[in-house]
Structure formats: C-alpha cells, structure tokens
Design a protein around this ligand. Structure first.
Ligand code: NAD
Length: 245
C-alpha cells in the first residue's frame, strides 16, 4: 500500500483505534492529521507517528469546519471519534441520548460533510461504526441507534458520490482491545461484582471467535478500502467481528 501524496484525516486520533489508524496510514506514506478534544493525547500520538494534531470537537459544527480549514483538502477522511455509555433503557436520560447521538452520529455527519466539501477527485470516506450498527445489544440503546444511523448515513452518501472517484463505507467492529472496552469491563465489574477475567469474558463471549478484535485489524481493512482493488466497494457496512451478528 502506497499512500504517498495523499492526506488522511482521522478523528478521535488520540487513543485506541484512531491512534492505530494514524500509525498505519503514516506507515503507508500518507500525510496524517489527527483530531480530537484532548491535545495532550493527540500530541503523544503525533510524536510517535509524525501526524499533525489538531484540537477539535466533532459534535461542534464550527470546530469541525475550523479543523478542515486547518487540515486543508483531505483525500481520506475517517470518522472514528465515538463514545459508548450504558444504562437500562427505562433509565436512559435525554442527556445521555443526546450525548450518544451527538458524538457518534452527528460527529460522523459533520466530519463527512466537511471532508466531502473539500474533496478533490479521488477520495475515501470511512466511518468506524460498530457491530452495534448492524444488530441490537441490551443496555446501550442510544449507542446502537446512533451506530445504525451511521450505517444509514454511509449508504446514502455513497449513492450521492457513486459517479465520482469517491467511496463511502463503514467498518463495524465487535469489541476491540482499546480503552473503550477497558471502561466497559470496569463498568461490568462495578455493577456485577465480577472479577476482571469474568467481566472480560462476558464481552468476548459475544464473539464466535471468543476474543477481542485488535485495532490493527481495523487499520488493515481501512487501508484496503483505500486501495485501487477496493474501488467497487461502496456504501457497505463491513462487519469485523469474528462472525458475530
Ligand atoms: P477510545 O475511547 O479509545 O477512542 C475514542 C476517541 O474519540 C477518543 O480519543 C476520544 O477522546 C475521542 N472523542 C470522543 N468524543 C469526541 C468528540 N466530541 N470530539 C472529538 N473526539 C472525541 O475508543 P475506541 O475503541 O478507539 O473507539 C473508536 C471508535 O470505534 C468509536 O467510534 C467506537 O464507537 C468504535 N468502536 C469501538 C469498539 C470497541 O470495542 N472499543 C467496538 C466497535 C466500534
């Protein structure tokens, strides 16, 4: 994979999947811009990968617009920033609902829209959705709704740009070995009294492969979506979850 001459923008680049995407795209020769709210975390990734770090909140229209003004036209835009909170549905507050839709769905909308406005010729829009964008899970209804929304957004935008050299796809991972999953394990432990292995096991057992996905597996798929061989792959929600769903 040679992405020399291409600029890739990755939101939520300060940790987890976003940090690994920055590594992978930089190794492939792309000029990488990482964006997120926490400048210290972004700068740590920037030092390791050579990426350019820009502070931005994907839920804020002006912030995303400023981000793309600073980044300049990007060939590859990866809407990766996201968050997951859990609660029984009947006790889910409107604030939690808005927070989940804000970062996961509106964040992807703003990132894709501003990225597409500047896209010249060849381009790739990639959303890091979730297997929760393809099927339901208990106790995370707003997250599931938001990620289903991301998949719908991806399919719609893909059809609008299909006549151009641009594709739009969503990657839908199962549980990934990142801080987000660490937080879910801690939450299960606090709520149930399970030990670390039991709480982790409660998550991994949802996968037929009984394991977490590694961030590098997502990076490899995202890189492939940027290859010439993947030019026919458009409007797809690609499950990367060991057969789950
Ligand atoms: P993570 O918590 O390490 O990364 C999420 C990143 O998004 C963080 O750097 C966070 O600071 C950033 N972010 C959150 N709100 C933001 C905002 N308003 N503006 C800008 N940045 C913001 O978790 P991760 O696992 O690397 O998650 C990355 C993406 O992958 C998310 O969209 C998540 O929903 C998705 N995903 C994760 C898993 C998993 O099991 N970890 C599974 C499927 C999908």
């Amino acid at each position: 994979m040679n992405l020399a001459g291409k600029r890739a923008l990755i939101t939520g680049g300060g940790s987890g999947i976003g940090a690994d995407l920055a590594r992978g795209f930089a190794e492939a020769g792309a000029a990488v811009v990482i964006a997120g709210r926490r400048l210290d975390a972004l700068e740590a990734v920037a030092r390791k990968t050579g990426a350019h770090a820009v502070q931005a909140d994907v839920t804020d229209e002006q912030s995303v617009s400023r981000l793309f003004m600073e980044a300049g036209p990007c060939d590859i835009v990866i809407a990766n920033a996201g968050a997951a909170e859990s609660a029984p549905f009947a006790r889910t507050s409107l604030t939690q609902w808005h927070a989940m839709l804000g970062v996961n769905l509106t964040g992807t909308f703003l990132t894709f829209r501003e990225g597409l406005k500047q896209m010249q010729g060849w381009g790739r829009l990639i959303a890091i959705a979730s297997i929760a964008g393809l099927r339901g899970y208990p106790y995370v209804a707003p997250y599931v709704a938001a990620k289903h929304g991301v998949v719908g957004l991806t399919k719609a935008v893909a059809l609008e740009v299909a006549q151009r050299e641009i594709t739009v796809n969503a990657i839908c991972p199962g549980y990934v070995a990142t801080e987000m999953t660490d937080r879910s394990v801690a939450h299960i432990r606090a709520k149930t009294g399970m030990n670390q292995a039991q709480a982790l096991g409660a998550l991994t057992k949802t996968s037929p492969q009984n394991r977490l996905i590694e961030p590098a597996e997502i990076t490899s798929l995202a890189l492939w979506l940027c290859s010439a061989d993947a030019r026919g792959m458009n409007g797809q929600a690609l499950s990367l979850a060991g057969g789950e769903g």
